[in-house]
Design a protein around this ligand. Sequence first.
Ligand code: FAD
Ligand code: NAI
Length: 467
Amino acid sequence: MSYDLIVIGSGPGGYVCAVKAAQLGLKVAVVEKAPTYGGTCLNIGCIPSKALLHASEMFEEAHHLGRLGIKLPLPALDLPAMLAHKDATVKSNVDGVAFLFRKNKIDGHRGTGSIEAPGKVVVTKEDGSRETLETKAIVIATGSDSTPLPGVAIDEKRIVTSTGALALPRVPKKLVVVGAGVIGLELGSVWRRLGAEVTVVEFLDRILPGMDGEVAKQFQRLLEKQGFVFRLGAKVAAVDSSEPTLKVTVEPAKAGEAEAETLEADVVLVAIGRRPYTEGLGLEAAGVALDERRRVKVDAHYQTNVPGIYAIGDVIAGPMLAHKAEDEGVAVAEILAGKAGHVNYGAIPGVVYTSPEVASVGRTEEELKAAGIDYKVGKFPFSANGRARAMLATDGFVKILSDAQTDRILGGHIVGKGAGEMIHEIVVLMEFMGSAEDLGRSTHAHPTMSESVKEAALAAYQKPIHL
Ligand code: FAD
Ligand code: NAI
């Protein structure tokens, strides 16, 4: 078989690239080794985690409906039904990708893809048989997998990565999470809401590294109010699994700062980051260069050092986010079709889907300080927003960072209910190089949570009205 493009991997990067390339008239095939399409995101990442985050949030909220004058008997948890909701959500999404492939006449090849040479992809199927496919271009979209913690053996039952944590058959009484990043806080939230005592052990002296420091600090306080316990500046040195209760040895991150302690746990979730996945791809033989963190090296057009071989998504540098992978997929498809594909890395939002949510785009205050940029800060708390009071959602605030000279928006950060939806008006504004005044002068419907975004912009260039 001969194609214009073969994409290896069908995650958000790979499947979106394939669909866009087919829409632009290329003859496209996708090679996927997993039984279903959709990659990490649809099968064991974004989608199942959001199904459980939503269901567990509803479960917790149901306990507090009395505050709104709704009396209910105490809600009971049906965990198998909640997990079945998650599985059904995954199925409908991965089936959706298969539908898109059929609709766009994309050939799906099941098996592990490896690059024999530029223009040649070998597919090794489950039964061991091999098929060689020919193509003008190859896009590597093989994603990432979880980073192992040295000395801690994952069994996906009691010592789990995110994959095991999305399928625990019982609510653990005690859950120890290693890593206060996005996975730790999202999946820690799921199990805390369902009844687990959650302790998070984080190497650094803060949670969510990379997020704006003030936002992370306030968010940590909100999580602590919900019952999260944080051991910051600490690391897990060992997990003893010889008894029914796990014994987790926690040491200070810097040697000699404090005594080691032992935490008991029913489940330990290791969430210390993800690493690019390139196993079995034959990159060495094909001569494709990797960087110092074993990510596939690409140029500004996503081409590797080998002409005709491209890479996108988690397997290359940049934030490991589904929408970043998708936009790179579109860009490379456009480039291959002779158009100008481009991703604006300065305006990629990041969302933590906890309660409240945390959302961010552009630069943080720490980054602006480090770059020596003169900036203004506008902040507005949800406690001063009428809609937030009506919904009992007054936790959190909006923070807008703008250029002190030009008023151009350089960053936006939100902690609050619906932050992950609200962030997009700042994203679009940044895409069009808008200013705080542009945002502050745009009419926002009343009463909405989004009025706080407008008020924070007003605060950045003038004064907010309601504070
Ligand atoms: P992947 O989605 O990892 O897909 C790679 C695919 O390649 C896989 O299907 C794999 O089987 C296949 N593959 C690998 N090697 C081969 C080979 N040799 N031959 C054939 N096939 C191969 N991001 C967000 O933006 N929002 C979220 O809410 C979010 N939640 C997440 C929650 C969890 C628990 C996790 C783990 C991740 C989450 N992410 C989220 C991150 C997101 O899943 C990734 O950024 C995204 O999936 C990357 O897409 P990708 O296409 O680069 O790779
Ligand atoms: P992460 O990089 O977000 O966080 C890992 C945390 O572990 C960091 O705070 C780090 O300092 C800490 N850490 C590292 N080594 C440690 C050690 N030995 N002991 C204690 N702490 C240690 O990684 P995470 O949470 O595993 O997620 C991986 C990626 O998946 C994220 O970076 C994100 O790109 C993606 N993701 C995105 C989501 C979203 O967009 N909502 C949801 C879940 C994952």
